[in-house]
Design a protein around this ligand. Structure first.
Ligand code: B12
Length: 343
């Protein structure tokens, strides 16, 4: 190993400690750690590639939040940039990762990330919001929500703080530590924020349409509402039908709006079969045979067997709502539709 390489890494570490490439990364950067999407933006390496490299080559090496989300430090970003340089020089990714891991093995950066900053900012925000929900404190909860959205931006605020805090309430409820009131209170506040964020985002009539709904009998509308919002933020048109949508209402809306994609959700083991049934019935309508069908939700994640009847009929969009919105966007794109204008 040469000194030039060592100082190259050291400079990159320092450079990454001073990232200033956008509001989101500035905020997270000032707090010391970066979620995967910010790192993808900063390095130009896709989210899937980051995960694949970690699995295959052991680099990067993010830490995890309590909710198991990956968080990357400045050294990770520095190492990734070094890997990119080597790849640009013609080295295959696996070898470049091994090279950088070896290069940094005995190297202590001159300016380490402050251990006090290694704590995830989202953990604090999530704890604050959870506390306000549990105390039914509307003022504090509203202030916390505003703080999250303005600090992290809509998408990160939802994925890193707001939805995990809501899931925490659900866990507490299941363990008899939270009242149904807390669950209603939290979902009411979040729902109204989401509705506000959705307003006015819809695009011109020549864009392809995604129709989304919480499936029959299922009142859990927040995840699919978030998906509708994320699609709009990616420039697609989305129509959200709401909670516990009967099959007849879904098929009627489908006939009226002729969407390119219909996406249904279930949040309970009891309602998953009704979503499966609704999707299979839609699939059997001959005039909709070119329409894409998709679905997601907790029971489908927890019990992969429940997805089996939909194989070949509908697409499971996975667990991560941002990735699901990306995937749905790719599917809409394939309908030969014009590219959306991003908001
Ligand atoms: C808020 C909430 C409610 C609210 C919903 C308000 C609303 N307007 O949406 C209210 C109070 C109405 C409610 C009612 C009930 N609820 Co409830 N509820 C929840 C809670 C706390 C949050 C749900 C939520 O929005 N989560 C946020 C989302 C984003 O997170 P998620 O569900 O984990 O989803 C993840 C993935 O699965 C994926 N995903 C989810 N949906 C979708 C959809 C698509 C298309 C895609 C791509 C991805 C995706 O994205 C998420 C991120 O990873 C959950 C607890 C929890 N862990 O989530 C319980 C929970 C879902 N509820 C539960 C129960 C039991 C009920 C009730 C039966 C309680 C009762 N006795 O009255 C009723 C049922 C009413 C009905 N018929 O639907 C159970 C379900 C367990 C089961 N049987 O499968 C849960 C899991 C609580 C628990 N820990 O036991 N609930």
């Amino acid at each position: 190993m040469t000194d030039t390489r060592l100082s190259g890494i050291a400079e990159l570490v320092m450079e990454s400690n001073d990232l200033h490439a956008g509001t989101e990364s500035e905020v997270c950067g000032s707090l010391g750690m970066y979620p995967i999407r910010v790192v993808a933006k900063q390095t130009g390496i896709g989210v899937h590639t980051l995960r694949a490299w970690e699995r295959r080559y052991g680099l990067p090496r993010p830490s995890r939040t309590a909710g198991t989300h990956r968080l990357y430090g400045a050294n990770d970003i520095a190492m990734l940039r070094r890997v990119l340089n080597l790849i640009n020089d013609g080295m295959p990714p696996g070898r470049a990762c091994a090279f950088v891991l070896d290069e940094t093995a005995n190297f202590q950066p001159r300016r380490e990330v402050d251990p006090a900053l290694m704590r995830s900012p989202s953990d604090d925000l999530r704890g604050g919001l959870y506390g306000a929900f549990m105390n039914l404190d509307e003022e504090v909860a509203s202030r916390s929500l505003s703080e999250c959205f303005s600090l992290l931006g809509t998408e990160l605020a939802l994925s890193e703080v707001v939805l995990p805090a809501l899931a925490d309430i659900g866990t507490a409820w299941a363990q008899s530590r939270a009242s149904v009131a807390a669950e209603h209170f939290a979902s009411g506040l979040i729902r109204s924020r989401l509705l506000g964020a959705c307003e006015g985002g819809s695009r011109g009539t020549d864009q392809p349409v995604a129709l989304l709904a919480a499936g029959p009998g299922d009142q859990h509308e927040i995840p699919v509402m978030v998906l509708a919002l994320l699609l709009r933020r990616r420039g697609w048109r989305s129509i959200f039908l709401g909670s516990s949508t009967p099959y007849e209402a879904i098929s009627d809306a489908t006939a009226r709006t002729r969407p390119q994609l219909v996406c249904l959700s279930a949040s309970m083991a009891d309602t998953a079969p009704r979503v499966v049934d609704a999707l299979l019935r839609l699939r059997r309508i001959p005039e909709h045979n070119s329409m894409l069908l998709a679905y997601g939700g907790l029971p489908f994640r927890n019990n992969p067997e429940s997805r089996r009847p939909l194989e070949g009929a509908a697409i499971y969009l996975g667990d991560d709502l941002s990735a699901a919105a990306d995937r749905a966007g790719t599917l809409l794109q394939r309908t030969n539709a014009p590219r959306p204008t991003l908001i």
